[in-house]
Design a protein around this ligand. Structure first.
Ligand code: GLN
Length: 304
């Protein structure tokens, strides 16, 4: 398969597409990123790396970081984690408060904001230096020790975090948050503000496509049964109230973020990441969704 040619064709299709998406202005720093940025990377287990456009430029990974937080929390608590959080698709926007009230402070899944905030609470309770350990984990699976969190982005979001603080207060009122609200919010905003390129994301997610093994060294870093579950949650909950649509159009487990990034994996075959800042009304990259739909249609390589 000529992946480079396929990427070039997808790129041409996207460039010809008139986007109606909008960037996430509630994080003012993100609103400064040019609309026109567009990059895509494919990392095939058998044949290596292919990229196009701005695939090597770092951007704010935002909610894609929720996969990394979940991975660490599962490693710490195992099945006990799922006493405090569910694994059902929410069918609601990522920052919705409604469901949390009538479900007694138990977040629907780890990939909506309530769930990721709860995971941050778990990491604070169990790790000496959660920011450092989270970053080290990401650096390790990416094999890149220069990855950092951008404090300008996290500070800019902090001033507009009333909704995330509300989610935390509501969960705390049900006894499901154990640490001070400010500490949990601080870790959550730190992880959202981590910056990675499409190439780095595709590399990091290879551990999820490779049964928990690091591809370079073959080291079994993560429990394969956790990998199975994390991939299942990506499939069913990775795109909030658009998870069904993503599954239907793309047919891969994946995760998006309001920085305009989307990562998707085909276990045992490849990982891919795409970046285009304008978001559709559900908060997922508009062109990113099209790019991945084109990829699985042109290659025939989806999990279904
Ligand atoms: N930091 C963002 C928020 O909490 C992340 C949301 C997202 O990427 N969907 O709203």
């Amino acid at each position: 398969m000529d992946y480079q040619k396929i990427l070039e064709n997808i790129y041409a299709t996207l460039k010809g597409h008139k986007s109606t998406g909008k960037v996430a202005t509630y994080i003012p720093e993100l609103a400064k990123i040019p609309f026109s940025k567009l990059g895509m990377h494919i990392y095939c287990i058998n044949s290596g790396h292919y990229h196009i456009g701005d695939a090597n430029e770092r951007f704010s990974i935002q909610s894609i970081s929720k996969v990394f937080g979940l991975t660490l929390a599962m490693g710490i608590l195992g099945d006990d984690l799922f006493k405090r959080i569910d694994v059902e698709p929410s069918g609601n926007p990522f920052n919705s408060l409604i469901q949390l009230e009538y479900e007694n402070g138990i977040p629907r899944n780890p990939f909506i904001n309530a769930g990721a905030l709860l995971i941050a609470d778990v990491l604070i309770s169990n790790l000496k230096n959660p920011k450092k350990e989270l970053l080290e984990f990401i650096r390790n699976i990416t094999n890149d020790y220069t990855i950092i969190s951008n404090s300008q982005v996290s500070n800019s979001e902090k001033e507009h975090s009333h909704r995330n603080a509300s989610l935390l207060h509501l969960m705390k009122s049900f006894g499901n948050i154990k640490n001070p609200i400010e500490d949990v919010l601080d870790l959550y905003l730190f992880q959202c503000a981590i910056e990675m390129s499409c190439k780095e994301l595709a590399t990091a997610f290879m551990v999820y496509a490779n049964e928990g093994k690091l591809i370079n060294t073959n080291q079994q870093l993560l429990n394969p049964s956790y990998i199975k579950r994390i991939n299942a949650i990506m499939q069913t909950c990775g795109f909030y109230d658009e998870a069904g649509e993503f599954s239907f159009r793309v047919g891969l487990p994946g995760k998006s973020g309001v920085g305009g990034g989307i990562v998707a994996i085909h276990p045992g075959v490849y990982t891919t990441a795409v970046w285009s800042p304008p978001l559709n009304p559900k908060g997922n990259s508009e062109l990113g969704m099209i790019a991945l739909e084109e990829l699985t249609s042109r290659t025939g390589l989806s999990i279904f």
